[in-house]
Design a protein around this ligand. Sequence first.
Ligand SMILES: O=P(O)(O)OC[C@@H](O)[C@@H](O)c1c[nH]c2ccccc12
Length: 263
Amino acid sequence: METILDRIIEQKKKEVLLLQESKEIILESEFPKRSLIEKLQTAKELSIIAEYKRASPSKGLINNGVEPEVQAFIYENSGASAISVLTDSTFFKGSFADLKKVRQAVNLPILCKDFIISPLQIDVASAHGANIILLIVAALEESQLHELFQYAKGKGLEVLVEVHNQNELEIALKTGAKLIGVNNRDLKTFTVSLEVTEQLAEIAKKSGAFLISESGIHTEQDAQRVRNAGANGILVGEALMVSQDIEKSFMKLRVPLQEGVNK
Ligand SMILES: O=P(O)(O)OC[C@@H](O)[C@@H](O)c1c[nH]c2ccccc12
C-alpha cells in the first residue's frame, strides 16, 4: 500500500525536476555558520529544537496565525538551542521564504525540515540560511544517504540523520553521523510512542552521537522520560505551535541533563 511517505517522496521528485529545469542559479550562503553540535557539547540541560510548523499530514492545520519570524524570535528568547523550519509546502504549508525570515530574525542554528532527496535541495536550504539539514533514512537508499550526507558536510552544514527503528539506526550510524534524530512518530502510520527513543537510545549513544528525540513531546514528564533514556535534546513542534504561553511551555521542557551524557 502507498504510504504518506511514498506520496511525499513522489512530490519531492517532481519539485527536484522543476528545480533542475529552472536552471536557476542558487547562490552560496551569505549567512554565518552556527553549530548545534558545539552547543550540545557544553549543554547543561536538555536542548530544545523548537519547530515552526503550520500544518502536517497527521494533524492537519496546527496554527496558521503566527508569522515565522515572530514565533522564532519568541523561541530564541525562551531558551531554544536551535529552530526547525518546515519548508515543504504541499504537506506542511511551509516554504524556503519562511526559513529565510527565521534566519533574519534569530542567531540560532536553523534546521531545514524537509524531505531531501537531491543535492539541489541542500543548495537551496543553505542559500536560505540553514545550518543543519535533515536526512530521513526511511526516505532514502543507503547510497543516496551517504552521498547527500557527504555533500552537506562539504558545504559546512551539520546533518541530523533521522531513524525510527534499529535497522535504520544501524544504517544511519554507518555515515558517521554526530546527530541522530529518533523520530517517535512512524512516518508511514503516524503512530507516536516515546518508547521508540527508549528502545534505540543505547545503541545511538554507544556510537558517540548526540541523540535528539523527535515528535510527540508535550509535557515536562515527556521531556524527563526521553532525557532519562539518554537524549541530549528534543525536537518539539505542535506543543509549541499551539501554546498560549510559549515561555511557560519552555520552562517545563527545560529539564537538567543527565550527568555525563554529552561527554
Ligand atoms: O509536532 P511534534 O509532534 O512535536 O513533532 C515535531 C517534529 O519531530 C516533526 O515535525 C517531524 C519529525 N521528523 C519529521 C520529518 C518530516 C516532517 C516532520 C517531522
